[in-house]
Design a protein. Structure first.
Length: 314
């Protein structure tokens, strides 16, 4: 039979030690990730990992949290994987290379562990996370860079891939080692076909996605500019405001809200840098385009449930 899943649970960890222990588990199992809990002081999480050949399938149940892979972490990694997050419960938003994609139940997002990325899990989650060796998918002329941080699974072959990944994880305890390896090969084939379908589809939807990618990349490059807004983006990308708004249709937030969220996340990362050389809160806010410290404090409290100073103080 297949090997028993490897499990980790904060149930056996004292509450005061859970955040640190969770960060260590995530770092070790997923090959180098930094994590935080949105400033929450209570947390519980559970990880159960199995293998289908060289495909790693992990069920992760946890309170809200974020993970970040810096360029340095990506360079230091030993093994190159493409990684898939497929929620059963909650949602995940993946940012990589200026693109962003969100998934909830019935969809999946794929990203590349050899590059920097950030994943937000803003509510309690129950995720299936699948890691596929990158070298097995980046062959046969398939260009992977344009299909990372994409939402898939709604229909067609990517829906078949989603159901196969879920069913494989659930049935692995009842499979022989050879059967599990065969299931892993099937997952790789279905993921490859899904990516080929996305890469070859030039539709109105993919054109909107391409413009949305350009908008997000422009925002990332000019995030520190306090004058960054829809008009500035339209000028920078040489397109109309209407095209910009259309590109964000169905995203659940406006371009202005996206800019504000990116600035907040940048400030949060800087506020987590403690020690004698930590920058003043006002300097951080101004450096990321917030023109008014009072406005920054209000927005931060609305988003995090506490003031910037309370967040920094832990």
């Amino acid at each position: 039979m297949a090997a028993t899943p490897t499990t980790w649970s904060t149930d056996v960890v004292a509450e005061r030690d859970r955040a640190g222990q969770w960060s260590e588990w995530v770092y070790q199992h997923f090959g180098g990730l930094r994590s935080d809990l949105y400033g929450d002081t209570t947390f519980d999480g559970h990880i159960a990992a199995s293998q289908a050949g060289d495909v790693i399938l992990t069920r992760l149940e946890a309170n809200r949290h974020r993970v970040l892979r810096t360029p340095g972490m990506a360079r230091a990694s030993d093994t190159a994987y493409l990684k898939i997050v497929a929620p059963w419960q909650g949602s995940a938003t993946v940012q990589q290379s200026g693109r962003e994609a969100s998934a909830s139940d019935g969809a999946w997002v794929i990203y590349d562990t050899t590059g920097a990325y950030e994943i937000a899990n803003p509510e309690r989650v129950d995720h299936l996370i699948v890691m596929v060796p990158k070298d097995d998918l980046g062959e046969r002329g398939l260009r992977l860079d344009g299909v990372m941080a994409r939402r898939l699974g709604a229909s067609g072959i990517s829906r078949v891939a989603l159901e196969t990944m879920r069913n494989t994880y659930q049935e692995l305890p009842h499979m022989s080692e050879s059967a599990a390896a065969g299931a892993g090969e099937l997952i790789k084939q279905l993921v490859r076909l899904s990516l080929q379908e996305v890469a070859g589809a030039e539709t109105a939807q993919t054109q909107r996605e391409a413009l949305r990618d350009r908008i997000r990349l422009y925002v990332q490059q000019h995030l520190r500019d306090p004058h960054l807004n829809v008009d500035a983006i339209a000028r920078g990308l040489n397109c109309s405001r209407r095209h910009l708004y259309n590109a964000f249709t169905g995203e659940g937030e406006s371009i202005a809200a996206y800019i504000q969220r990116q600035r907040l996340q940048a400030c949060i990362r800087d506020l987590q840098q403690a020690g004698p050389h930590a920058r003043p809160i006002t300097d951080i806010a101004l450096s990321w385009g917030f023109g008014n410290p009072s406005h920054f404090s209000r927005v931060f409290r609305d988003h995090m449930g506490k003031s910037p100073s309370e967040f920094r103080g832990g």
